[in-house]
Design a binder for this molecule. Structure first.
Ligand SMILES: Cc1cc2nc3c(=O)[nH]c(=O)nc-3n(C[C@H](O)[C@H](O)[C@H](O)COP(=O)(O)OP(=O)(O)OC[C@H]3O[C@@H](n4cnc5c(N)ncnc54)[C@H](O)[C@@H]3O)c2cc1C
Length: 386
């Protein structure tokens, strides 16, 4: 992969903006209200090739870097859309790209790049483990040429909208492990042809994210669908964390810009007490403050992305970018809601929808407390808190 030039990045930005113009506020509002999957948008993004940004060209993808991929997601959110509908395809891709066998990559990546197969689901979280991933209990037991899976996952998004799901499951009992980060393995589950009982029960959530509890009862996975080495799954997932954090930071920056743009426009136009509300410092300054925080977070996001693309260590920067950007986006969301007054709560203005959507980014896919724990322990050398 070559690092893209500034001109190439600007071209990606403009092209994604153009695509997003066909999916205005009303589209996202209707999808949200009906809790539909934004299929038309995801199909358009797939057709444009942008959803396959991170797939190397030899497998039919665009072969772009994380900087470029992050610009794509930023622009979707900045346009008023929600890249949460399909971002997992970028987040999860790394596990298959970095640790999948050549045969697995040839089997799946070209189809994903062409939009014939969707890889949108990643099943990690469990009710009894939560953030402590090494405590997951869903078991995959080898039996001849297959693994048999039993257990339960929670908050697993887009299971019903996906053809493939990556699954993290336990292949060695926790008590038998010396190194507790071992004993977990990643599998590709083909949701189009499940052997055994896999049941996805939709959860009633605050945002339109198609999130489910998933039950596995004697689900059989061919051994050839194991990614990499048995027992190394947690390591493979960690490898993807920096990319994921950079992409979330970019989505947050996109949201933050949407909020400050909407808020400042409204503050210029809305006249109360005979003058635009933006003349009041109580309205103007919080918007300016949120704007400054978003721009600062954006610098950290590009720093992290540049290091990632140069294959340098970027754990500190990726975590700081995720933290700063998600907090800044949430600040901007609150400020925007205050600026809109009562209208902020009216669905027609889209502020309340984006407000709900951006709130997720400080909690999932990783909570900001754990991001701070990473910085406290791994960067600042303080004692481990868990
Ligand atoms: C809409 C949505 C979609 C999701 N999609 C997916 C998905 O597709 N796949 C998937 O696998 N998961 C998914 N998740 C799950 C998400 O990744 C988890 O909710 C998240 O990682 C937190 O886990 P938890 O909810 O069990 O919180 P818990 O682990 O129970 O933590 C609760 C709170 O305590 C804090 N806490 C816990 N331990 C510590 C500590 N040692 N120090 C400081 N604070 C601590 C946490 O930071 C958090 O704030 C989704 C969640 C949501 C809400």
């Amino acid at each position: 992969m070559d690092v893209s030039t500034m001109e190439e990045r600007q071209a990606i930005r403009e092209s994604v903006r153009e695509l997003c113009r066909d999916f205005p506020d009303a589209y996202w509002r209707a999808v949200d209200k009906k809790e539909d999957y934004p299929l038309a948008f995801v199909e358009a993004l797939t057709k444009s090739g942008y959803l396959a940004a991170l797939i190397p060209e030899e497998y039919g993808g665009a072969g772009l870097g994380i900087t470029d991929a992050s610009i794509i997601l930023e622009e979707i959110n900045r346009s008023g859309g929600n890249s949460g509908a399909c971002h997992a395809q970028m987040y999860t891709m790394g596990t298959l790209l970095r640790h999948g066998s050549e045969e697995q990559k040839r089997r799946y990546l070209p189809g994903i790049a062409r939009g014939e197969i969707r890889l949108q689901a990643f099943a990690v979280t469990e009710p009894n483990a939560g953030s402590e991933t090494t405590r997951i209990e869903t078991k995959a037991v080898r039996s001849g040429d297959r693994y048999v899976v039993n257990g339960q996952k929670i908050f697993i998004s887009r299971v019903k909208q996906s053809d493939l799901m990556l699954l993290l499951a336990r292949t060695t009992p926790y008590d038998e492990l010396k190194d507790k980060t071992r004993g977990l393995s990643v599998f590709i589950v083909d949701l189009r042809d499940v052997k055994g009982k896999l049941e996805a029960q939709p959860l009633d959530m605050m945002i339109n994210h198609h999130t489910n509890t998933v039950f596995f009862e004697d689900v059989e996975i061919p051994a050839e669908n194991l990614i990499g080495e048995e027992g190394m799954g947690f390591r493979y997932i960690i490898d993807g964390w920096n990319a994921e954090r950079i992409l979330i930071a970019a989505e947050s920056v996109g949201d933050g810009r949407w909020f400050t743009e909407r808020a400042s426009t409204y503050a210029r136009d809305r006249v109360v007490f005979g003058r635009p509300i933006g003349m009041n410092q109580g309205i103007q300054f919080p918007i300016a403050q949120a704007y400054a925080h978003i721009e600062a977070a954006d610098l950290m996001r590009f720093e992290a992305a540049a290091k990632f693309d140069r294959r340098e260590k970027c754990g500190a920067e990726a975590n700081m970018a995720k933290y700063l950007a998600s907090e800044a986006a949430w600040e901007a969301a609150n400020v925007c809601l205050n600026t809109f007054g009562g209208y902020g709560f009216a669905r027609d203005y889209d502020v309340e929808r984006k407000f709900r959507e951006t709130r997720l980014l400080s909690v999932a896919p990783v909570s900001n407390n754990l991001v701070l724990a990473f910085l406290g322990q791994n960067v600042l050398g303080m004692p481990k808190s868990y």
